[in-house]
Design a protein around this ligand. Sequence first.
Ligand SMILES: [Zn+2]
Length: 390
Amino acid sequence: MPTRLTPREILEKLVGFPTVSRDTNLPLVDWVEDYLTSHGITAHRWVDPDQPHKAALFAHVGPLQEGAIVLSGHTDVVPVDGQPWTSDPFVLTERDGKLYGRGSTDMKGYDALAIWALVEAQTRGVKRPLQLALSFDEEVGCTGAPPMIQAMQSILPKGSAVIVGEPSMMRAVTGHKGGQGFWVDVWGHEVHSSLLHTGVNAIMEAAKVIDWTNTVNAQERARTPSDVAAMFDPPWTTLHVGLIEGGTAANITAKHCRFDLGFRTVPDDDPDDWRARIDAKLAEVEAAMQAVHPDARIEIARRFSLPGLHPEDNGEAEALVRAITGDNAGHVVSYGTEAGQFQDAGYSAVVCGPGDIAQAHQPDEFITLAQFAAGQDFMARLVTRLQEGQ
Ligand SMILES: [Zn+2]
């Protein structure tokens, strides 16, 4: 008889793998694959050819037919560098009714429950299939999920409803903002700062673009939001600059300045329109730079693009989560998840997972025993429904 682990024992294992996004997740993937295999479940990998030290893992339990419920989680976690932790972040530690560890909430708690549910479904036998999808690189722009989804669709019968287990306190989250992020490189022309009218200062030109984002944010804030946008906090699309570097010396007009520029769109704003607005602003600033020196220029390169999750009309995933949890309120969030990517790929999708997003990425990240138990209860009810063919 293969060893059956409890959700907590699985979580202990998962937290023990330091799968920070920049590092390998293969030891975790190996362990999950071995565990599933020991229960007669075939797991499949998608290895990123550009980063062969990372892989996604997916599996199918139940009749080999379309219409599975898909449990989707990410395996990577954010770094712990510089954070004051009371106990080892990679050792699951219980204190005061809470389980501490990096990823306990975001989102190895859900991963552990999903792995448990898959084995539960295999053991109990189900009339409707259940799938597991574990991605990587979620915390660095959700770049691992799209190729994983493609690979899943070519190997497994297509699932119909996806539950993405980002921490939502087990509430059904039916919408989230989309987002795109870019590197902007401003190339100026160096002269002594006493002659700055003959040079192009990349920092000062970048500042024009950055200050424009403040203006745009104020304009967006002043607009009357649509019904869908009004569900979000804040109920408008936001532009943000989070990183900047540049310059050589205090008395040289800066040759180069790089900053990141990102936006988070409410679902009825078109990201392409936002990209066009940014491009138009960059072109305007660049034209003024080139009027001083022809070599000056601005380059923009996309870092990531994440579709928003649009609330569905009578969505299957939402109805399923509501039927199990009894939660009938509408919830949307302003952070991005892989749910929008699944929805883009033709699935009904909802976000629902144990734990509070407020604990995510924090030092001393924890999940309460109560939330973890609520997650297990959810999974047990889900498997019962699948047994009944619902
Ligand atoms: Zn997450």
